[in-house]
Design a protein around this ligand. Structure first.
Ligand code: E4P
Length: 310
C-alpha cells in the first residue's frame, strides 16, 4: 500500500468520525486538518532505508492539535454534555410563595423574611370579599407593593380571546404580575400567546405529567401541580412533582415547578426533597415548619436556667 493510499484511508476514517459527531464546528475545524497518517506513525517506529525516521516537529504539533480538538469535540458533543448535566446535582433553592389573598397573612409571612412571592385564585379572592374589576385591580396593586416577587393573578375567562384580553389587563397592573391560566385547550393556546408577547404565565390546575409537558412546551414560567387535591383523590401528589421535575430536567424545559395545594408542613418538606422550584403554601403550613416539641421543651429549660445566671 502506498503512503498516499494509506493517508486517504485515515482521512476517510476521520471523516466518518466527524459525521458521527455531526457538529458543524467539527466539520469546519477537524476534517480539514488532515491528521498525520498511520503510515507516518508506523514510520516513526520502523527502520526504513537509512535507519529510523524521526517524527517531524510539525507532525507532532499537528498531532497534538488534532488530539486536543478531538477531545474538545467529544466533550462538547451534546450527548456527553447531557449525561454529565444529568449526573450533576441540580442546585435549587426552593422559593416560598404564600397562597392567599389575605393581606394580614401576606404581611406576617413577609415579616418572617422568607417570602418570595404570592399566589391567589378566584376562591381566595372571594374569601376576602373582593368584588368587581376595580377592587380586584387595587388588591393586586396592594399585594405587589407589599411583596417584591412574583404575584400570580388568575384569569376567570375560558376562551382564547377572552383569556388574552383579561391576561393583558392583569399583566398591566405591575411587572411582577404572573398571569395564572387554567390547563385547558384555550388556556394552552393563550399561554403560548402570552409567551410570544413577553407576558409570564403560571399554568394552574395541573394534575398529570402530560399536562405539565404541554404547558412547558407552550412556554409557561410556572406549572402548578395541585399536591393536596391529588392526595385527596387517593394518589400521591408529591410523586407528580418528582415526575415533572425529572421530565423538565431531561428535556431541558425552563418552566419552574410550583407545588400548589399544600396542606401541611410535611408537604413543604417533601416538595423540597422532590426538587420543587417553588412551594406556595398557606401561612399555617409555613408557620408549622417552626414547630417541634423538643424545641419548646429545650427553650423552656434554657430560660429557666438563665434565671440562675442573672
Ligand atoms: C395555588 O396556586 C392554587 O390555586 C392553590 O394552591 C389551590 O389550593 P387548594 O387545593 O387548597 O384550593
Amino acid at each position: 500500500m502506498t503512503p498516499r493510499l494509506t493517508q486517504k484511508l485515515v482521512i476517510n476514517e476521520v471523516g466518518q468520525e466527524s459525521a458521527i459527531f455531526n457538529k458543524k464546528w467539527q466539520a469546519t475545524y477537524i476534517a480539514p486538518l488532515q491528521p498525520p497518517t498511520l503510515a507516518t506513525f508506523r514510520s516513526w517506529g520502523s527502520s526504513a532505508g537509512a535507519g529510523r525516521v524521526r517524527p517531524a516537529k510539525t507532525n507532532v504539533r499537528k498531532f497534538l492539535l488534532y488530539s486536543w480538538l478531538k477531545l474538545v469535540g467529544f466533550c462538547l458533543d451534546h450527548r456527553v454534555v447531557k449525561r454529565l448535566y444529568l449526573q450533576q446535582p441540580q442546585i435549587i433553592i426552593m422559593k416560598f410563595f404564600i397562597d392567599t389573598a389575605n393581606l394580614n397573612q401576606i404581611k406576617e409571612a413577609h415579616e418572617l423574611g422568607i417570602l418570595d412571592g404570592v399566589t391567589t385564585n378566584p376562591s381566595l379572592m372571594a374569601k376576602e370579599g373582593i368584588k368587581g374589576n376595580d377592587a380586584i385591580t387595587q388588591h393586586y396593586k396592594t399585594i405587589c407593593e407589599m411583596v417584591d416577587g412574583d404575584i400570580s393573578a388568575e384569569v376567570i375567562s375560558t376562551t382564547f380571546n377572552e383569556i388574552v384580553e383579561e391576561g393583558k389587563k392583569l399583566a398591566a397592573i405591575h411587572p411582577n404580575i404572573v398571569v395564572k391560566v387554567p390547563m385547558i385547550k384555550d388556556g394552552v393556546k393563550a399561554i403560548k400567546w402570552f409567551t410570544d408577547n413577553g407576558i409570564r404565565t403560571n399554568c394552574t390546575l395541573v394534575f398529570s405529567a402530560g399536562q405539565a409537558i404541554l404547558c412547558a412546551k407552550a412556554g409557561a414560567a410556572y406549572v402548578s401541580p395541585f399536591i393536596g387535591r391529588i392526595d385527596d383523590s387517593g394518589w400521591e401528589g408529591v410523586q407528580l412533582v418528582e415526575q415533572i421535575k425529572h421530565i423538565y430536567t431531561v428535556q431541558g424545559y425552563k418552566t419552574q415547578v410550583l407545588a400548589a395545594s399544600i396542606r401541611s408542613p410535611n408537604h413543604i418538606v417533601r416538595c423540597a426533597e422532590a426538587g420543587a422550584d417553588v412551594c406556595t403554601c398557606p401561612l399555617e403550613s409555613i408557620l408549622g415548619l417552626l414547630k417541634h416539641p423538643l424545641t419548646d421543651i429545650g427553650l423552656a429549660k434554657f430560660l429557666e436556667d438563665a434565671k440562675k445566671t442573672v
